[in-house]
Design a binder for this molecule. Structure first.
Ligand SMILES: Cc1cc2nc3c(=O)[nH]c(=O)nc-3n(C[C@H](O)[C@H](O)[C@H](O)COP(=O)(O)OP(=O)(O)OC[C@H]3O[C@@H](n4cnc5c(N)ncnc54)[C@H](O)[C@@H]3O)c2cc1C
Length: 284
């Protein structure tokens, strides 16, 4: 439980962090909240030569609520997302999801950027940013680029981030005024991580579903968009039967993870029940 020796430096700015990473992208690790990275170092699952502490970078913190979009700095903590009134007036789903993450100690240190970059298959934010159709702003020595959240998570603990990249911010377009979002999760009793979590968004137009968007976490190697359910339901009457069929089709379309806590069959069944419940809540 003792990490291999490493050097440690605090980055003063985003440019400083990028410069430090550029010198040895494969041998350098960023540390934000440290809630995942520090145990990983202690177990020697990673042994970087240099640890760049980004937690003090002011330009990567905070929540900006604009007319047409919302920007969240990658270093914003789960607790700050839970507490932000302007953010939760626009998107109450942030309070809903943040309040389901672990406990106050973890929420006070863990960051949304660290969670997304880490891409734990059972983390909560990946499902939420997919359902919100967010874009992730990535900065590196060669400039900055945006990646749609739905394309960001590529495999277990694996994302579109390349060595040398810093996830700088999460950008969320303002949806239509009548759009609603919700998040449901079945928590692992020990860690609080999602056995399965479903974030869903929708508009209801004279009893018909519009703009349906779904993000699922916990069920597979990485979070994914629930396009099968969204595609089936969009443009259809919001009957219980249509909602249940959308959830059933989504559940049948995915090869789920199996572990000591939950079998693949159980996770598939949770996709069905949690997607149904999330969509019924939005339809109510
Ligand atoms: C006991 C416990 C329970 C938890 N329960 C939950 C839960 O219920 N739900 C949930 O979703 N999460 C849970 N978590 C995870 C936690 O909330 C954090 O989200 C997670 O640890 C990662 O955030 P961090 O800021 O600590 O990142 P760190 O540990 O600092 O970093 C994680 C990884 O991301 C990289 N990284 C960090 N920031 C950036 C960046 N801006 N750009 C590029 N790379 C970056 C680091 O190099 C590292 O590889 C739990 C953690 C613990 C310890």
């Amino acid at each position: 439980m003792i990490p291999a020796a490493f050097d440690y430096v605090r980055a003063r700015s985003l440019a400083d962090a990028i410069d430090l990473l550029r010198r040895d992208p494969d041998g350098t690790k960023l540390v934000a909240g440290g809630h995942t990275l520090i145990p990983t170092l202690k177990l020697r699952l990673a042994s970087p030569g240099l640890l760049v502490d980004i937690r003090g970078i002011a330009e990567m913190k905070g929540i900006l609520v604009n007319e047409d979009s919302i920007s969240i700095g990658a270093l914003t903590t789960h607790a700050e997302l839970l507490a932000s009134e302007p953010l939760n007036q626009a998107f109450p789903i942030f309070r809903q999801a943040a309040s389901l993450i672990a406990d106050p100690q973890v929420r006070n240190r863990g960051t949304i950027g660290g969670s997304l970059a880490n891409a734990d298959p059972a983390a909560d934010w990946p499902a939420v940013v997919i359902a919100l159709r967010a874009e992730l702003e990535i900065a590196s020595a060669s400039g900055s680029r945006r990646v749609a959240a739905r394309d960001f998570f590529v495999d277990i603990f694996s994302t579109a981030l390349e060595p040398g990249d810093v996830l700088a911010a999460i950008l969320i377009p303002r949806p239509a005024a009548d759009a609603r979002f919700t998040y449901r999760k079945i928590r692992h009793p020990a860690s609080g991580y999602a056995v399965v979590g479903v974030a869903a968004g929708m508009r209801v137009n004279a009893g018909v579903a519009a703009d349906v968007s779904i993000g699922v976490t916990g069920a597979a190697s990485h979070a994914f968009p629930g396009d099968v359910a969204a595609g089936f339901l969009t443009g259809k009457a919001l009957s219980q039967g249509n909602i249940e069929e959308a959830a059933r089709l989504q559940s049948a379309a995915i090869e789920c993870l199996s572990d000591r806590y939950a079998s693949a069959e159980y996770r598939a069944s949770l996709i069905r029940t949690e997607t149904t419940r999330a969509l019924l809540a939005l339809a109510a």
